[in-house]
Write a protein of this length. Structure first.
Lengths: 318, 280
């Protein structure tokens, strides 16, 4: 399932490709940007389907409200911005105008520049709260894809539902994990590596770090399962519980604070059904400027940190 | 379905307005909660709109070419539900459950709960944006319906209103989106001039709108203002209706405490008698 040969690409680059694919498949898509379309890549969709795309200026609240109105008429309405502004600048609009009406209007958020790997822009642009906010909105599906191919398929997949959804993409070009043979399934985890001593559950850019950590652990005689948990909500309970039963120790890894994101969702499944030692890897402080790969080291979102977390959680096994 | 409406006389509209006002005070009394002041101020605007200007079919509320009425000042549900019931969207019997467990008539509108509710509102400032989405969709699909958005003047404090106000002319939606402001001068904490003094006509003009002002309780004037708003213009139109909070019930008029307070039984009976006598 891996595709090391594919060129590096940013997950945000998948956005216009997926939108065009949806239109070609007959989905009645419209898309809005808030003056960041050169970064979200929404402008590429606008160039191809100008009648289906609008720039609303720097006005995220209005953008979400317009999308809700569009959705009320039967359109599949996408909105795009940075993950620091979407949902941060328009949370109440997402709640009142999108999440609450009729069990949720058909609005899809594709938030780019998620996490700290936005890089040089620094703390204000580094979204480490977006997943906590958006997972609190009841009808929303929430997906954090790990590479271009999975991002493209995830955006297409949410575009085919009638529920509101949030897909988080990233800024840097990263190596491909998947090729076109991969089949993303909304709500289903993907086991990238078998293992029996511990399970590393990751999303987004940290899936690659988990794969690398498992390799390091193997060199030390530890067998680590690796799960790409792209869909945070609804979370794949079966996959989490199987990992707990079969490996007895869990590490979660996300480019987000450890409150309210992937780790929280996994911990809830475990706490409800099969309490299991767990260690959370994330970002629990505000950021600073730097190159994206420097920042991953600065925040210890690294294979080495995952290795240490794995050893810690294995030591806590009962 | 007719695309133009046979005009209803001002005398008839005035009778409808009395019935809507009676619903308002009765509902708020029954529930012992709700927002009578900003409901009573909006009556003439709503009645003139729903009978003489809004192309709608209560028997076919999902008609794709219907004009949309979007209540952005969502707390005015006693007015809104009373209006919808009188216009035939649902039975007035339903009004008795207002704000109670099991009723679809929540304190603030819930889209789809009963026919005629186009949008969930209650968190202020969101209606104009929602209307733009409807209007752009109509433009894309070649439908020519209008979206009428009713806002309060206190609501104009919200920044999102102005994000949307700049977008309507930008997207050329002046013939598709018409704004209405119930300028009653009172908001939750008291008089607007004390809380956040604003000049709505100047603000709208500054954002590129054509402002039509009227006495919001003179039914003929309101009817004319809405007709003017329908006529094409090089700018989008906003009707700023100068109104009195609590209009039609003397002890509620211009009284901030009746923004969100229910009358007692004696006050209800007094209110119903005053309403039956018509506006003084």
């Amino acid at each position: 399932m891996t595709a090391a040969a594919a060129p590096a690409a940013a997950t945000r680059e998948a956005y216009p490709v997926a939108l065009a694919e949806l239109v070609e498949q007959g989905v009645d898509v419209v898309a809005l940007d808030a003056d960041l379309s050169a970064s979200t890549m929404g402008y590429q969709f606008g160039a191809k389907y100008p009648e289906r795309w609008h720039s609303v200026g720097i006005a995220e609240a209005n953008m979400v409200g317009i999308a809700a109105g569009y959705a009320a008429t039967g359109k599949t309405a996408f909105v795009a911005s940075f993950a620091s502004f979407l949902p941060g600048r328009c949370f109440d609009q997402l709640r009142t105008s999108v999440a609450q009406p009729k069990g949720g209007l058909n609005v899809k958020c594709v938030a780019s520049h998620g996490g700290v790997t936005v890089g040089e822009d620094g703390a204000s642009a580094q979204a480490i709260e977006d997943l906590a906010l958006i997972t609190s909105l009841i009808p929303f599906d929430v997906v954090v894809p790990a590479d271009f191919e999975s991002a493209k398929q995830a955006i297409v997949a949410v575009g085919k539902t009638t529920r509101p959804a949030y897909v988080r993409t990233g800024r840097p070009k990263i190596p491909a994990l998947y090729d076109a043979a991969y089949r993303f399934e909304l709500g289903k985890a993907n086991v990238l590596r078998a293992g029996s001593d511990v399970t590393l559950i990751a999303c987004g850019i940290l899936v690659q770090a988990a794969v690398d950590a498992a390799e390091l652990l193997a060199g030390q005689g530890i067998s680590a399962r690796v799960i790409d948990m792209a869909t945070i909500k609804p979370i794949d309970r079966d996959s989490v519980l199987a990992a707990a039963r079969e490996t007895g120790a869990i590490v979660t890894a996300e480019e987000h604070q450890t409150h309210g994101g992937l780790g929280t969702a996994v911990a809830r499944v475990l706490a409800e059904t099969l309490p299991t030692p767990i260690s959370f890897v994330g970002v629990d402080r505000y950021g600073t400027s730097g190159k994206w790969d420097e920042l991953l080291k600065y925040f210890e979102l690294t294979p080495d940190r995952l290795v240490a977390a794995a050893k810690d959680v294995i030591a806590r096994k009962r | 379905m007719p695309t133009t409406l046979a005009p209803v006389s001002i005398a008839e509209l005035t009778e409808v307005a009395k019935r809507v006002r009676a619903h308002i005070v009765q509902m708020v009394f029954d529930a012992q909660s709700g927002h009578p002041g900003g409901s009573l101020s909006a009556v003439e605007l709503g009645v003139a709109l729903f009978w003489n200007h809004l192309r709608c079919d209560p028997a076919n509320p999902e008609w794709p070419d219907r004009d949309r009425f979007i209540l952005s000042k969502g707390h005015a549900t006693p007015f809104y539900y009373g209006l919808l019931a009188e216009r035939g969207y649902f039975s007035p019997e339903l009004l008795r459950g207002f704000r109670t467990l099991g009723s679809p008539l929540q304190g603030h509108p819930s889209m789809g709960a009963v026919p005629g509710i186009e949008m969930s509102s209650g968190s202020l400032g969101q209606g104009l944006s929602f209307a733009i989405g409807h209007a752009l969709s109509g433009q894309l699909d070649g439908r020519d319906f209008r979206c009428w958005v009713m806002m309060g003047d206190g609501e104009l404090n919200e920044g999102q209103v102005w994000e949307a106000a700049q977008a309507v002319p930008h997207f050329g939606l002046g013939d598709r989106v018409i704004a209405m402001v119930d300028r009653n001068g009172i908001q939750n904490d008291g008089f607007g001039d004390d809380i956040m003094k604003i000049n709505p006509p100047e603000m709208w003009r500054g954002f590129g709108w054509h402002v039509i002002e009227c006495d919001g309780h003179d039914m003929a004037a309101v009817d004319q203002a809405l007709a003017e708003a329908e006529r094409s213009h090089d700018r989008p139109r906003v009707v700023v209706a100068h109104t009195v909070k609590g209009r039609g019930v003397n002890y509620m008029e211009n009284n901030p405490s009746f923004h969100g307070k229910a009358p007692t039984r004696e006050q209800l009976e007094d209110a119903l008698a005053q309403i039956a006598g018509g506006l003084k």
